[in-house]
Design a protein around this ligand. Structure first.
Ligand SMILES: O=P(O)(O)OC[C@H]1O[C@H](O[C@H]2O[C@H](CO)[C@@H](O)[C@H](O)[C@H]2O)[C@H](O)[C@@H](O)[C@@H]1O
Length: 277
């Protein structure tokens, strides 16, 4: 069984893992594995895929990909990827079969029995255009800062920038958005600041996926600030897993994508052999 780190709260070191934590995680995993219909909802970057400098080069670890294939082959088991990426980008990097439900742009876009199309209103289109102008102009002087386009907004990537440039561009983007596009929704992630014209969240996505799939329990894993919206809507019989460090409301924590992959393998194994109650 994968060794957990304690959660919720801020991340302690792996050496603080106790036998009690491991037992609690193993017990909870055993319980959720027997639920009549299980939804496994997974964040992508930092949870299934280790972080890399160029977003389109990210891939799920082979063990994670294999565990997902095993889970979707099980009866009464749904798997979804719930990502901040645009659906187009998620489809490209996840290489997931059609049975895997996809949610992109933090809950704005869905591939659930057919792809949803994001049709912006005139006001939303105008706001998106303002955001594009602000973020491209803010990033332009810095070759280490990149702008990523999404159907309902734009993200400013600072992973390759030094601290001074990062501070400067984030402050400038926030200042201009507050002045010129105050209706935009801000989302903060790892080395990324995003502004969007829609405020859907991963929490909305988990609620909707639970309903669509008729799931009796949800296993949700994520690593970033926006994943906390997903943890926030989990119920008593669900399982929240934080990947890596940082404050969290998730009940359980592991060190990173390799450990998440092992836990998914354990979950698939348990569900295949324990049967369902
Ligand atoms: O919700 P997620 O699936 O975790 O998506 C969050 C963001 O992921 C991507 O950016 C992050 O991963 C990149 C590749 O490892 C990394 O270079 C970047 O620093 C990270 O912020 C994606 O590009 C964003 O659109 C997502 O919002």
């Amino acid at each position: 069984m994968t060794a957990p780190m304690p959660g919720p709260g801020s991340a302690p070191g792996p050496d603080t893992t106790s036998a009690a934590d491991e037992t609690a995680l193993a017990d909870a995993l055993g319980r959720i594995a027997t639920t009549p219909h299980l939804l496994v909802a997974l964040d992508f970057d930092g949870t299934l895929a280790p972080e890399v400098d160029h977003p389109l080069q990210a891939r799920a670890l082979p063990e994670a990909h294999a565990a997902i294939l095993r889970l979707i082959a099980l009866p009464d088991t749904s798997v979804a990827l719930v990502s901040g990426r645009s659906l187009e980008s998620l489809i490209e990097v996840a290489e997931a079969p059609d049975e895997v439900l996809l949610v992109g742009s933090h809950g704005v876009e869905y591939r659930v029995g057919g792809e949803s199309e994001v049709v912006l209103t005139d006001d939303e289109s105008a706001l998106r255009h303002t955001l594009e102008t602000i973020l491209t102009e803010t990033a332009a002087p810095h070759d280490t800062v990149r702008v990523e386009e999404k159907p309902a907004g734009f993200a400013l990537h600072t992973r390759l920038a030094d601290e001074a440039v990062t501070e400067e561009v984030l402050a400038e983007a926030r200042r201009r958005v507050a002045e010129e596009a105050p209706a935009a929704t801000e989302r903060v992630g790892k080395n990324v600041l995003e502004f969007a014209v829609r405020s859907a969240s991963k929490g909305d996505a988990v609620v909707r996926l639970r309903e669509i799939t008729g799931s009796t329990a949800v296993f949700f894993a994520g690593d970033d600030v926006t994943d906390e919206d997903g943890f926030a809507v989990l119920e008593e019989s669900d399982f929240g897993l934080k990947s890596g460090g940082g404050d969290t409301a998730a009940a359980y924590r592991v060190a990173g994508p390799a450990e998440v992959a092992h836990l998914l393998e354990d979950l698939a194994e348990l569900r295949a052999h324990l049967g369902r109650s």
